[in-house]
Design a binder for this molecule. Structure first.
Ligand code: MTE
Ligand code: MO
Length: 319
């Protein structure tokens, strides 16, 4: 992950790898294994304000929010990741020994270039970016996180979806021995999520492989997860092992589990309450108790970029 030198425009020339690229690539593989091992092993010991350097070529994204960023401690100790338990503190505790290596990703369905890819090969073609996005949980809290990753649209293009591909489905690893929360049937395992193709192709849609400049901590969805900034947090599926292009709307775990409470779209919308609570405001994790809650914004503040995707749709019906 340390030498991401190829730009998306270079992908096609990958067969004619010249000597120096080949050497860099070998160095990359060697380095990444060492680096990743060290980073994962040392996760707990990292100081709160650490700004890592696992992605030296990372560029800053113009999509980033200017709000103040949550601390690494906050981001890694208050998580929703039911595969490691249902409590907010459970993932930090129960994911310590999870090894997100080796890791492969299967791409299947309505696309020309499907297959099984090793994680390094999978992420190597993309320009790594830091994107500071707010994560707004449906439960009414939010965090601001400096993600590192790449454009989902760039990734999708690489697999050449066919004209039949109307949706894209993502699946989390199912392995109760490694993900002990899966022993209990609290959700329909494996966790799945889905997007309409035009949502997935929006420039804001993001695949994260790191945060705070470091490889993704286990509790935040190592080694690779989705980040959808205008949707409630649960759409941002963690620890992805499969990506499938489909003609019909894929089943999504929360929607299947509680269809009256969680729709397919799950766009952040202060106008549409959750059946059991309001969505008008949110509590920023780490804020002092005397600070007022924040007003939740339509599409989490990204209306200019995404509202057009839903023109003519009744957002109370398609919540
Ligand atoms: N596989 C999987 N992905 C998941 C979840 C989960 O339980 N399992 N929780 C979701 C929810 S509800 C939220 S709010 C975010 C939390 O992301 P974070 O812990 O990195 O802040 O992850 C989402 N992705
Ligand atoms: Mo959430």
């Amino acid at each position: 992950m340390s030498i991401i030198i190829k730009k998306p425009s270079d992908i096609k020339s990958s067969e004619i790898t010249d000597q120096s690229t080949y050497l860099n690539r070998r160095k990359f593989l060697k380095q990444s294994t060492a680096l990743l091992g060290a980073a994962w092993a040392g996760r707990i010991a990292m100081p709160v304000e650490a700004k890592g350097n696992d992605f030296p070529g990372v560029i800053k994204s113009s999509f980033s929010t200017t709000e103040s960023i949550n601390t690494l401690k906050e981001i890694t100790s208050y998580n929703n990741f039911y595969e490691f338990g249902t409590g907010k503190r459970d993932p930090a505790k129960n994911a310590v020994n999870f090894k997100p290596r080796p890791w492969s990703i299967t791409v299947e369905g309505e696309a020309n270039k499907t297959g099984v890819f090793d994680l390094e090969d999978f992420i190597n073609p993309y320009q790594m970016e830091e994107r500071i996005y707010r994560l707004r949980c449906v439960e009414g809290w939010s965090m601001v996180i400096p993600w590192v990753g790449f454009s989902l649209a760039e990734m999708i293009k690489k697999f050449e979806p066919t004209s039949k591909a109307k949706y894209v489905e993502f699946t989390t690893l199912y392995d109760p021995e490694r993900m002990p929360g899966q022993i209990r049937r609290v959700l329909h395992w494996p966790y799945t999520e889905g997007l309409r193709m035009d949502e997935a192709m929006n420039p804001l849609s993001f695949m994260a492989v790191g945060l705070y400049g470091e490889v993704l901590p286990n509790q935040n969805g190592a080694p690779i997860r989705l980040v959808m900034p205008w949707k409630y947090g649960f759409k941002s599926i963690k620890s992805i092992i499969k990506i499938r292009f489909t003609e019909t709307q894929p089943p999504c775990t929360w929607n299947v589990t509680a269809p009256k409470e969680y729709g397919f779209y799950s766009n952040v919308n202060p106008e549409v309450d959750h059946p059991r609570w309001s969505q008008r405001t949110e509590r920023r994790i780490g804020a002092n108790f005397w600070e007022p809650k924040q007003e939740t914004e339509m599409f989490n503040g990204y209306a200019d970029q995404v509202a057009h995707l839903y023109t003519g749709m009744d957002l109370r019906k398609y919540f």
